[in-house]
Write a protein of this length. Structure first.
Length: 397
């Protein structure tokens, strides 16, 4: 018999923790795991908000059965169809064949495609309301945050926003569920990483969704990943607001690749100069070692981006090029960009980095440094100057 966390009057947390997967979406590392959050409202009507990854359907269905205690499940609201949340819908339907599935027209196309479910549906549009007895649930469409069918559900009585992936983080819920009842320090960096990895391309849709939310009084945000936000709503919303506007804080991430250490020496020199000129937040990533998940996190976090690469078969170094592709895919805006590179007999990296910066429409800062073979005093000085130019720009000098 499960004792479930009541997060508001007659609203229960029925989500699960995943400490087994190593890669979210088979792509992004999960050193602290991830939670798949689901919420059950026990009103005159019973309502489940989202399901969980199919790997955890057994424990999930047991939790729901314990909470319902023989009552029927009247509604399943599907705020998001990605399988980490929608994976258990078919099994849930088998267990509760009369449950009405609430979604929008895009939800139902995916529901048929993933689960072959086409009946017992209840379609909602922007602003539609379901009355469950003692409360109303209102639906707001949030397309492309980060899938087209995404919607938010708002509990008017309890002022709860069920926000799908928005405001979510990597990291399991280790006992506590509500932010006010747990130490959430570890979640803030993971929120940025989650955003940069999963949502990052969709800044404008996130801004539109945030504008809708600004009209609502929200006392709790119930995302599909991570803590329920109650005490830190303002910080969670502000984080999303800044990230979706691509607003970086003062600091520089230096992403480099290096085969034998010569480009790395350039990166170290640039970093030294940044520090000497007053920049406190400096992060170096060796693209061959740092997972792109973390590099993207820091690219979203900081205003300055500096990239260094050796020339490799007349191209950029492959691991570095792969990271740049992920940055470009996310259409990161407004970065201050500096770059450098090395070669042995014919240089290509620097001109390819220049082209990358132009495609991104970023402001180029300082003079790029191109080094042939080992570091000379002249190239050392050029790297110092490049670092200083970035520092001065960030400081507004
Ligand atoms: Fe957590 Fe977009 O699924």
């Amino acid at each position: 018999m499960y004792k479930l966390k009541e997060i508001a009057t007659n609203v229960y947390y029925v989500g699960v923790n995943d400490r087994q997967k190593t890669l979210f979406e088979n792509l992004w590392p999960l050193p602290y795991g991830v939670s798949y959050n689901s919420y059950l409202i026990l009103d005159e009507k019973t309502v489940l908000v989202d399901t969980v990854d199919i790997c955890y359907s057994d424990i999930f269905l047991k939790k729901i059965g314990d909470a319902l205690q023989g009552r029927p499940l009247d509604y399943l609201i599907v705020n998001h169809m990605e399988p980490d949340h929608a994976g258990s819908i078919r099994l849930l339907r088998q267990q509760y064949p009369d449950v009405r599935i609430v979604g929008n027209s895009k939800t139902f196309g995916m529901l048929e495609g993933f689960h072959a479910i086409t009946d017992g549906l209840y379609e909602v549009k922007e602003g539609d309301v379901i009355d469950t007895g003692n409360r109303t649930l209102t639906f707001f469409m949030a397309p492309m945050v980060h899938w087209p069918e995404v919607m938010f559900t708002y509990d008017q009585r309890e002022k709860i926003l069920f926000s799908a992936d928005a405001f979510g983080t990597y990291g399991t819920l280790d006992g506590g569920v509500i932010d006010a009842e747990m130490n959430v320090d570890c979640f803030w960096e993971e929120m940025i990483r989650y955003y940069a990895n999963i949502v990052g391309k969709y800044g404008n849709p996130v801004q539109k969704a945030l504008q809708k939310l600004a009209q609502l009084e929200v006392r709790q945000i119930c995302s599909t990943h991570g803590p329920v936000w109650r005490e830190h709503i303002a910080k969670a919303v502000d984080t999303y607001s800044r990230l979706s506007r691509y607003e970086g804080e003062e600091g520089v991430v230096i992403v480099y690749a290096s085969m034998y250490g010569h480009t790395e020496q350039m990166a170290e020199t640039v970093a030294f100069s940044l520090s000497e000129n007053g920049i406190r937040n400096i992060v170096l990533h060796n693209a061959s070692k740092s997972h792109s998940s973390y590099i993207l996190k820091d690219v979203f976090k900081y205003k300055g981006l500096m990239v260094g690469s050796p020339t490799y078969s007349n191209q950029l170094f492959p691991e570095l090029e792969s990271v740049l592709g992920k940055i470009e895919l996310r259409e990161v805006k407004g970065r201050l960009f500096g770059y450098f590179g090395s070669y042995t007999w014919a240089g290509a990296a620097v001109k390819r980095l220049a082209a990358f910066g132009e495609r991104m429409k970023w402001e180029e800062v300082g003079l790029p440094v191109e080094q042939k073979q080992g570091q000379t005093t002249g190239k050392y000085e050029e790297c110092l100057a490049l670092g200083k130019a970035m520092a001065d720009k960030l400081k507004g000098l």
